[in-house]
Design a protein around this ligand. Structure first.
Ligand code: DGL
Length: 275
C-alpha cells in the first residue's frame, strides 16, 4: 500500500462543474495527484430527488476511496454536498471536504452592506444548506447577514452544452436573477460549481456594484488545510510531474474535449467510470 501522502485527492461532480474546483486545487497544490469523476451519464443532479443524489454521492466517493485509493475527497458539487456531506464524513475513512461552507465563508467576508445572495440548483436551494452555512459563517464574523437565495434551473444545461454566452442564456439570467437584483445585495455566491463558466453573463446582469464570488479558491484553501492537519500533504519533488486523471460516466470523448476547454491542458484524455 502506498504511503498516505502519495495517494491522490479524489473529486467528483455531476459533470464539468467541479472542474472549476479542480483548477483551483491544481493551481494551489501543484504537487498533489488528482482523480476527478464527472458523472455526466446522470447529470443534472439539481432537479433530482435528494435521496437519488445522496446515493450517487455515496457511490462516487466510495469508488474514489476503494478503486483509486484517494486520501481525501472533495465533493465538488453543491447539490451533492448539500444533501450528502454529513453522511460521507461519517461513513468514509478519509477526510471529506464540501464546497458549501468554504463558499459561505468567502461570501460573508465579501459583503460590506451585510446583504448577500446565493444562486444554485433547485436541489441545493431547496435543501436550505446555505441558510445553515451562512448563519454559521455570520457567527464567525459576528455580523448578522441577510440572505436571498434563488434557484437557477437551466443554467447547468447551458454550460454542459458549451453555451456560456449569447442571447438565450442572458435572457434566462435576466429572468432568474430579477429577485436577487431587487434584494439590494452587494455580493453574490455562485452556489453551483458549473456557474463560474457563466460568470460574465451573471456579472453583466447583476451590474458592477455586486461582487461575484465562487467557492473554488476557498475550497482549495480548505483542502490544503485538511492535508496539513492530517499530515497527508505531498511535498515538492522537483523532477516529478503530478498525475491528473479524469473519468466520466458518460461520453468520454466529449468529456475530454469540452473538459479541456473548461479546465485547461491537464485534461488530455478522459477514461470511463466505473472502471
Ligand atoms: N455542479 C453541480 C452543483 O454544484 C451540479 C449541477 C447539476 O448537476 O445540476 O450543484
Amino acid at each position: 500500500m502506498k504511503a498516505s501522502y502519495s495517494r491522490p485527492i479524489g473529486m467528483f461532480d455531476s459533470g464539468f462543474g467541479g472542474l472549476t474546483v479542480a483548477r483551483a486545487v491544481i493551481d494551489l497544490l501543484p504537487n498533489e495527484d488528482l482523480v476527478y469523476i464527472g458523472d455526466t451519464a446522470r447529470y443534472p443532479y439539481g432537479p433530482k430527488p435528494a435521496s437519488d443524489v445522496r446515493g450517487f454521492a455515496i457511490e462516487l466517493a466510495t469508488s474514489l476511496v476503494r478503486d483509486f485509493d484517494a486520501k481525501l475527497i472533495v465533493v465538488a458539487c453543491n447539490t451533492a454536498a448539500s444533501v450528502a456531506l454529513d453522511e460521507l464524513q461519517q461513513s468514509l475513512s478519509v477526510p471529506v471536504i464540501g464546497v458549501v461552507d468554504p463558499g459561505a465563508r468567502a461570501l460573508v467576508r465579501a459583503t460590506k452592506n451585510n446583504r448577500v445572495a446565493v444562486i444554485g440548483t433547485v436541489g441545493t436551494i431547496s435543501s436550505l444548506a446555505y441558510e445553515t452555512a451562512i448563519a454559521r459563517a455570520s457567527l464567525e464574523i459576528s455580523r448578522p447577514i441577510s440572505l436571498t437565495a434563488a434557484a437557477c434551473p437551466g443554467f447547468v444545461e447551458f454550460v454542459e452544452r458549451n453555451e456560456t454566452s449569447g442571447d438565450a442564456v442572458t435572457q434566462l439570467a435576466e429572468k432568474l436573477l430579477a429577485p436577487i437584483r431587487d434584494a439590494d445585495v452587494d455580493a453574490l455566491l455562485l452556489g453551483c460549481t458549473h456557474y463560474p463558466y457563466l460568470s460574465d453573463v451573471i456579472a453583466r446582469v447583476m451590474g458592477a456594484e455586486v461582487k461575484i464570488i465562487n467557492s473554488a479558491d476557498s475550497t482549495a484553501t480548505v483542502v490544503h488545510e485538511a492535508l496539513l492537519q492530517n499530515e497527508i500533504a505531498r511535498s515538492s519533488e522537483p523532477s516529478r510531474i503530478s498525475a491528473h486523471d479524469f473519468y466520466s460516466s458518460g461520453d468520454i470523448e466529449h468529456f475530454a474535449k469540452l473538459g479541456q476547454r473548461f479546465l485547461g491542458p491537464e485534461l488530455v484524455v478522459a477514461r470511463r467510470w466505473p472502471k
